[in-house]
Design a protein. Structure first.
Length: 460
């Protein structure tokens, strides 16, 4: 097994508390050090006492870390070897792992771009030359991350906190501790002081400790996690996406958008399409979507042409049984299958398409960790089923419907002509993270206290 240590303010930390992480075949693959609560509390105190890294210095370190992430061996693995190991460990298709790592290095090199976009136009970040106005300030000092394991790409987001001066504690998912370990190692090797960033693997007890000890927390989880922390202003939850596509035009265009969204990141991303709402002939659309997805490659996740997720056979069989138990046989347009990967103990899950009779059916928002689309009829005059979506994508010319989604507080993103999985560096994912991390403060000084005015007077 590969041994993975925690990374504390004094370097690698190996604890007596260990966690064995199985790979997609069910075989023990990683021996992970778990950080006890008392140790984590001490680390957070160390982070809190450290000075923030100046913005320009932080951006330079992050840019250098991109080169280290790509070129340096970590845990004995080059980047290609690391990506192959992550695919084998998590069952995430190798092309998806590569794409996510490219997202991480792109964010490292250009983190300032999104921070500048998120900063209010009337706010400054330095009071040195400011006489009066708004100052963009941190809401705290220590930022905690309880990361998800469904995609390596989640680690691109918290990098913004480092660039804003936060000290960061990352508790990686036990499903994929390797991406976070490589990224933290790259940042430290690039010159980030050890008392600004720590990697604290652990179980749910560790996760709870991160929530209670950090000033602001980014927390991934299911609906139960969202409900638990709904009233915590210091916790930003990233829960189920329930992303939806509205097809109001030509079915051919809608099919392309649906297929791209359903298969995105093996169907496990929060922006992958799970609900498809069709204004005309939704049953025919469901049948056509099933035909489009039926030939999806069942290559193993560690192969270059992999598209679908893999997991131990027993887990895959349980997921398929759960989906089929929720619907009537007549509703299943494409039944998911468990495709065994040789004699490895792993199985690939093929896509599913289920037809619904009512757009208010709770299954429209049901999410599973493989490509699964629920197709329902849709009336443009009753758009409420779109509420509660991370993304709603439209294939329509109905500008009023699009405007409804843009104005609705429970729709985070509205796209027209793009799949729900579309991404761009200038477009926030679920709002800008800076909205959660920062706030505007008012600032003013008299002429006598203005450094510029003082310099002018002393020169006369």
């Amino acid at each position: 097994m590969l041994e993975v240590a925690a990374l504390g303010p004094n370097g690698p930390y190996r604890s007596r508390r260990r966690l064995t992480v199985p790979d997609a075949t069910g075989t023990a693959a990683v021996d992970l050090s778990c950080v006890p609560g008392l140790v984590l509390a001490d680390w957070v105190r160390t982070l809190r006492s450290a000075e923030p890294v100046p913005p320009d210095e932080a951006r330079a370190v992050l840019a250098k870390a991109a080169d280290v992430f790509e070129a340096q061996d970590v845990l004995g693995d080059s980047l290609p070897a690391h990506e192959l190991r992550v695919a084998t460990l998590t069952g995430t298709p190798l092309p998806v792992v590569r794409e996510c790592d490219a997202m991480i290095t792109a964010k490292l090199r250009d983190v300032g771009r999104v921070l500048d976009l998120a900063t209010p136009a009337g706010a400054g970040t330095d009071v040195g030359g400011l006489r009066r106005g708004a100052v963009w300030c941190r809401r705290g000092e220590v930022f905690g991350v309880n990361a998800a394991g469904n995609s390596p790409g989640v680690h691109a987001l918290w990098l913004e906190a480092l660039a804003l001066g936060y000290r960061v504690v990352v508790r990686p998912s036990t499903r994929d501790p390797l991406t976070a370990h490589r990224l933290v190692t790259a940042l430290l090797s690039a010159g980030l002081p050890q008392d600004r960033l720590v990697l604290a693997p652990g179980d749910h007890v560790t996760a709870d400790a991160v929530v209670e000890q950090a000033d602001r927390v980014l927390l991934y989880g299911g609906q139960a996690v969202v409900d638990r922390y709904r009233d915590r202003a210091d916790v930003l939850t990233q829960g189920p996406g329930r992303s939806k596509l509205v097809v109001d035009g030509d079915h051919r265009t809608g099919l392309d958008l649906a297929a791209a969204g359903v298969l995105y990141h093996a169907g496990t991303a929060c922006t992958a399409t799970t609900g498809v709402l069709v204004t005309r002939e939704h049953r025919r659309f469901a049948a056509d979507l099933a035909d489009a997805l039926r030939g999806t490659s069942t290559a193993a996740p560690w192969q270059d042409d992999a598209t679908l997720p893999a997991m131990p056979v027993e887990q895959a069989e349980a997921l398929v049984a759960d989906v089929l138990a929720r619907v009537e046989p007549r509703q299943v347009r494409l039944a998911p299958r468990v495709e065994r990967v040789g004699g490895t103990g792993a199985a690939v899950l093929t896509p599913a398409v289920v037809e619904l009779d009512d757009p208010r059916d709770p299954l429209l928002g049901h999410e599973v960790p493989f490509p699964c689309a629920f197709v329902a009829p849709f009336d443009r005059s009753e758009p409420d089923p779109l509420s509660g979506s991370l993304v709603v994508s439209f294939d329509t010319d109905d500008h009023d419907l699009v405007r409804w989604a843009v104005d609705h507080p429970l729709v985070s993103n509205a796209y027209v002509g793009h799949p729900t999985s579309w991404l761009h560096a200038d477009v926030p994912h679920d709002g800008f993270l800076s909205e959660f991390l920062m706030r505007c403060k008012g600032f003013a000084r008299t002429d006598r206290q203005d450094p510029a005015a003082e310099t002018s007077r002393s020169g006369r």
